[in-house]
Design a protein around this ligand. Sequence first.
Ligand code: 5AD
Ligand code: SF4
Length: 444
Amino acid sequence: MQVYLATYGCQANERDSETILGMLEQMGYRETKKEEEADLILLNTCSIREKAEQKVFSYLGTLKQYKQDKPGLVIGLCGCMAQETDMIKLIRRRAPQVDLVLGTHKLHRLPEMIRNVQGGLGFQWDQEETGEIVEALPAIRPYPFKALVNITYGCNNFCTYCIVPYVRGRERSRRLEDILSESRQRVAEGAVELMYLGQNVNAYGKTLKDESADNKGKEASFANLLYRAQEIKELERIRYMTSHPRDFGEDLIRAIADCPKVSRHIHLPVQSGSSRILRQMNRGYSREEYLALVERIRRQVPEAVFTTDIIVGFPGETDEDLQDTITLLDQVGFDSAFTFMYSPRQGTPAAKLAEQIPLREKKARLQAVMAAQAGNSLRLHQELLGQTLHVLAESWDNGVLSGRADGNQLIHFPGEASGVGAFHQVKVKEAQTWTLKGETHGQE
Ligand code: 5AD
Ligand code: SF4
C-alpha cells in the first residue's frame, strides 16, 4: 500500500507529517511521490492565509478524477484547515470525494479512521479539542542530520489577525524530560542540529509550573531547556522558531549568550513598525519596545542575526504606518523578512474591522516593503564578504553543496556529495540578496 502526503504551511505541519508517515509505516504503507500510485492521499493543510486554503481546494478538485479512476482510493484532510469550524460542512458540500477530516488535536487517531473508511463505515471526522499531548508516536524524518522537535503546541496570544489560536488550541508545553529524551534520541540517531518548535517558544513552560516535580518552577523555562540541550554531547547546533518579542526575557538572552551551541539566528516577528497598528494587532509591544529589545539582545549577543515577519495592509493601515514599517526594517537591519499581505481570517477580530485595505493597495505596499528589505539583505550579505562561516551542508547538486550558516544565511560552495550532513568552514566570496557563495576550508 502506498501513501501520497502533501504538506502545506509551517514547520509544525512538517513535524506532524513526520508523525503521519511514521504511523502509516506501522500500518504497512510506503510513501510515494506519485499521486497515481497512491491508495491513500493525505493533505496536511494550513489556514494562516486564504491563499493556502485556495490551493488546497483547487488540489482537491484535481483529485476527483483520481477517485473516479480508483474507487478504493482514500482521501483525507488533516492540519489546520481540518480544525476550522464549519469545515466539515464545507468539505461535504465542495469536496465530497474527501473520506476523512481530522483536526490538529488527535493525530494519533489517523490509523483508526483510515481503517474505518476502508471498513466501509463511510465519512469519518474528528475535530475534538483535547489539549492532551500524546507522546512517543513514531516518525519518519526526511533528514538524518537535522531534526524538528516540538516543545509547545498551540498559542495563547490571540493576535487579532491570526487564526492559529483557534485551529491549534490553547498553548501547552511538553514535559522538559520528554523534550530532552527526544532530543537525545535524535542525536543518537545522527542528528547534529535540532530545531525546537513552538508558536511562541519563549512561553515554554508557562503551562507546566504546577505539574510534576521535574517541571517545577524555574526548571521548565525555555532558557533552561537551552542550558540542558547544550549539554547533549555530539549535538552541534540548536535552533528554535518562533520567539515572541513580548516574552523575550533577560534569562533567555543570557542563555543564548552562555550556550555556544545555540544558533545566533533570532527570528523575531515584528509584524509592523507602527505602534498604533501593533496595538490594533494586540502584539503587546510598541515600536520603541521592540527596538529596545533588539538593542538589549545585541549588547549581550553581538553576533545575533535577526529575521522577521511583516504584515502589510492590516485594516486601517495608513501610508504613514507603512513608512514606520520601512524605517524599522532599516533601523534593525534584518538579514531577511517574510512579508505577507494581510488576509482576513474568519472568526478573528481583525476580519470584522472596517477599513479593510483593497487588494491592489496591499500588493503595492508589499512591493514597497520587499524592495526596502532586498536592499538591506544585500547590504548585510556584502558585509559578510571575506568572513568564514560555520555551515551545515544540507544538500548537494552537481558539485555544489548548499547549507545554512549559524545566522541561517543560505550559502552555496563547491564540495563533494559526502559533505552533506557535516559542518564546514566556508569563506564568503560572493554576496547576493537571498544567497551567498563561498569556498570551503575543508570539512571539520
Ligand atoms: N494574514 C497575513 N499574514 C498572517 N500571518 C499570520 N496571520 C496572518 C494573516 N491573517 C503571518 C504573520 C506570522 C506568520 C507566520 O504569518 O506574519 O508571523
Ligand atoms: Fe498567531 Fe500571534 Fe500566536 Fe503567532 S503569536 S501564532 S501570530 S496569535
